[in-house]
Design a protein around this ligand. Structure first.
Ligand SMILES: C[S@@+](CC[C@H](N)C(=O)[O-])C[C@H]1O[C@@H](n2cnc3c(N)ncnc32)[C@H](O)[C@@H]1O
Length: 295
């Protein structure tokens, strides 16, 4: 005979178990995502081959900041990686810049001896070393999709100064201008990479289209990056991604990348003597900006 109090106990137990299971899943998922960028070799490839964001991206962000408190005292670049892509461009505009990342290996590759720049190891969700209302700009480049978003956004709300801004931005897969070459790239991505997508990859590839920052004052922009690359740089880019790292665990070879290069050589008519043929890789950067109210 099941009494109503036993039924209540069971329900509480099931609810506790499912909550616990949810936390375990979240923590496993986070651990997996963080490890994509952990190795020393991965960090070196990352620093060398990832595209730098253009001035247009930073001009947009700085203009948005100007429209808020107009203060440029402290900027914090969260999940900065090696700091070359998303942190360094802030130092000319802010009195002080802090880059932080959870990965020690990424931080080891960071630029040293820049007077107003410091790096520290920390997660995006725990910014307790920062005082409330103390940061004029928080940035998260190609990383927001790996975070526990509610926890991160709560911390951002706490540390931003009145009128301070949050900028989250990301790019998806590269594209090529010529339609035949574009098709070759798309086929490579759908055949060899798509099955290894993580939910975070899908968010980023989709340009954060379903993300809405919790600020009344917010805007969304897109900037196209044009990378003048050799075909090897394009292949190296793919190798620097979390998706490729996942693929490597199942298929530890680069045959698909060699085939991509061969197909592009055929399409563009590059001869085998042409060792480092160049192309223009296009990246669409989605930028989401939000501003804390001035009072
Ligand atoms: C794709 S890289 C982006 C690096 C750099 N911001 C850029 O734009 O090139 C993602 C970085 O996020 C870091 N990361 C992932 N989850 C994190 C978290 N919860 N807190 C801090 N860093 C995190 C990884 O260690 C990695 O360096």
């Amino acid at each position: 005979m099941i009494t109503s109090s036993r039924l209540k106990d069971w329900c509480e137990c099931i609810s506790l178990l499912s909550h616990h299971l949810y936390r375990v899943c979240v923590s496993v998922q986070k651990t997996m995502s963080l490890r994509f960028f952990e190795g020393a070799k991965q960090a070196k490839i990352y620093a060398a081959v990832r595209p730098r964001y253009s001035d247009k991206v930073f001009d947009l962000i700085f203009k948005f900041c100007q429209g808020g408190s107009g203060k440029f005292k402290l900027a914090v670049d969260v999940a900065c990686g090696t700091g070359h892509q998303s942190t360094l461009p802030l130092v000319g505009r802010f009195e002080k810049v802090i880059g932080l990342d959870v990965s020690e290996q990424q931080l080891k590759q960071a630029p040293k001896n820049v007077a107003n720049l410091e790096f520290r190891q920390s997660t995006a969700e725990h910014l307790s070393f920062l005082d409330p209302n103390s940061v004029d700009l928080v940035t998260a480049a190609s990383s927001f999709h790996w975070f526990n978003m509610p926890e991160f956004l709560t911390e951002v709300e706490r540390v931003l100064s009145p009128g301070g801004c949050l900028a989250v931005y990301t790019y998806g897969w590269p594209s090529l201008r010529e339609s035949g070459a574009k098709e070759i790239l798309e086929k490579f991505i759908s055949t060899y990479l798509a099955e290894f997508y993580h939910a975070g990859n899908l968010m980023s590839i989709g340009g954060y289209k379903d993300v809405k920052l919790p600020f009344k004052d917010s805007q969304r922009d897109t900037v196209t990056l044009e990378m003048d690359w050799t075909v090897e740089q394009l292949c190296d880019f793919f190798q620097s991604t979390s998706v490729w790292q996942k693929r490597l665990k199942v298929f530890p070879d680069c045959d698909s990348l060699n085939a991509l290069e061969a197909n592009l050589r055929r399409f563009y008519g590059w001869s085998s003597e042409d060792e480092h043929p160049r192309l223009t890789a296009l990246f669409s950067v989605a930028i989401l900006l939000g501003r804390k109210p001035l009072e």
